[in-house]
Design a protein around this ligand. Structure first.
Ligand code: UD1
Length: 429
């Protein structure tokens, strides 16, 4: 029941260092079990999702240690199991990457999958399954566990993805890099973390070409060996701090980023009237006046990222005029709007479209995160709000942001993490 308490209305100034990309890290860590050697991965964010993945690998007998903050050493030479069915798996969506990694290494996999929904819609994995089947695996799901069997060997294949899927592209890539012959993934996702996973695997001896385009060609190899790799910076974390400045005001240097990866975000913020100045691996964002209304639709990369949609939604509540957001990736992702309304926002949601009428200010309220990025949107609103905002269910936020409170405090925000002891409910007689 820990929460963030934010006294809003303070503009942000200074510099913030962006951590390694969550969505790259949560794929690279399981991919490391494809490697028959010791892997050292630098620039890993120490977030809850990474900590859970480290625990999952340890349960399997993989040696995982943090050699220094942000650097993991993963030694899976002793790994001889292809089954991950513990409760830990159910705690994170990205456990599905173990299917591709186990298949590549052992030609078999048994992985418990989280059920239920997220962002208010289902998260299917049919494209992952279709890809593994094309590579020769027999796939089955029973009792919440995905079983994959390719004991007769994985064979390269042509795979056309019916929807552009980050997870399916990465998962198929992991299995295919150890298959016999060539695999071609068409209509592949092009996100920077896809390129990052391909670069990681190539640096360990894989043969993957075309990552970052919609056709990826993978020639299977028989073995991957160890090495050192550094994860890309997190474009969504960077975008989140930019959105915080857009809402609360101020001027912040966002450091340790790849500006090109942020083009889709900075273009929209510039359209809203924010000033951006790019310097090497940093961008300075400055708010100089009122925010202008915009229209935005989320799309696969290089479109505007769905993982920045709630944070931008919070900012648009403070823009002049009426803005429109269309969610183009997930079925629905506007659960945060109910909470923002409690802070004074005027948002109407109809399916995949949100119509936001700008208001002068947010007012502090008690609000609850419903997922990671929805939580970030509430923090952003709290930083801009008049009065005190309390954000509950912060476990969601801490799955994906490294040291959010510390980084914001160093920018001058008045935000604290407060531990609330669980209240013991007396037993009824
Ligand atoms: C990843 C990110 C998530 C982000 C999303 C889109 C991780 C751990 N998570 O999720 O934060 O919001 O990319 O950028 O990297 N789909 C299918 N069948 C499938 C797979 C996906 O229909 O087999 C659909 C989904 O329902 C969704 C769309 O494809 O509508 C995109 O999903 P996908 O790119 O696969 O998202 P994830 O990889 O799960």
């Amino acid at each position: 029941m820990d929460k963030y308490v934010i006294h809003g209305g303070k503009p942000l100034f200074g510099e913030v260092n962006i951590s390694g990309a969550k969505n790259a890290a949560v794929a690279i860590i399981p991919a490391a079990i494809l490697v028959d050697g010791v892997v050292r991965v630098e620039n890993i964010p120490m977030i809850q999702d990474v900590i859970i993945e480290m625990e999952i690998l340890r349960e399997l007998g993989v040696k995982v240690r943090a050699v220094n903050p942000g650097t993991l050493e993963i030694d899976s030479r002793g790994l001889n199991r292809f089954s991950a069915v513990s409760d830990l798996n159910l705690k994170m969506r990205a456990s599905y990457y173990l299917i591709g990694a186990f298949l590549g290494r052992f030609h078999r996999a048994e992985v418990a999958m989280p059920g239920g929904c997220n962002f208010g819609g289902v998260r299917p994995i049919d494209q992952h399954m279709k890809g593994f089947e094309a590579l020769g695996a027999k796939m089955d799901t029973r009792g919440g566990v995905v079983y994959a069997d390719a004991t007769e060997g994985l064979k390269g294949a042509n795979i056309y993805l019916d929807v552009v899927s980050v997870g399916a592209t990465m998962n198929i890539m992991m299995a295919a890099c150890m298959a016999e012959g060539q695999t071609v993934i068409e209509n592949a996702a092009k996100e920077p973390h896809i390129v990052d996973l391909a670069n990681f695997l190539n640096s360990m001896g894989a043969d993957i070409m075309g990552a970052g385009t919609d056709v990826i060609k993978i020639r299977g190899v028989s073995k991957l060996t160890g090495g050192v790799y550094s994860t890309i910076p997190d474009q969504i974390e960077a975008g989140t701090y930019m959105a915080a400045v857009a809402a609360a005001g101020g001027s912040v240097l966002i450091k340790n980023i790849i500006p090109k990866h942020l083009d889709c975000i900075t273009a929209k913020l510039e359209e809203m009237g924010l000033e951006m100045e790019e310097v090497d691996d940093s961008i300075r964002i400055t708010k100089t006046g009122k925010l202008r209304r915009i229209q935005v639709k989320t799309l696969p990369y290089p479109g505007f990222p769905t993982d920045m949609q709630p944070q931008l939604g919070a900012v648009l509540c403070l823009a002049e005029g009426t803005s429109i957001i269309t969610e183009g990736v997930w079925e629905s992702r506007f659960r945060y709007s109910d909470e923002l309304r409690r802070m004074g926002a005027k948002i109407q949601v109809d399916g995949k479209v949100a119509v936001i009428e700008g208001v002068e200010k947010f007012t502090g309220a008690l609000v609850r995160a419903s997922d990671l990025r929805a939580g970030a949107a509430l923090v952003i609103a709290g930083l801009a709000a008049e009065g005190t905002t309390e954000v509950e269910e912060i476990a969601y936020i801490e799955r994906g942001y490294e040291d959010l409170v510390g980084k914001l405090q160093r920018l001058g925000a008045d935000i604290r993490r407060v531990s609330v002891p669980a209240v013991a409910i007396p037993k009824a007689n």
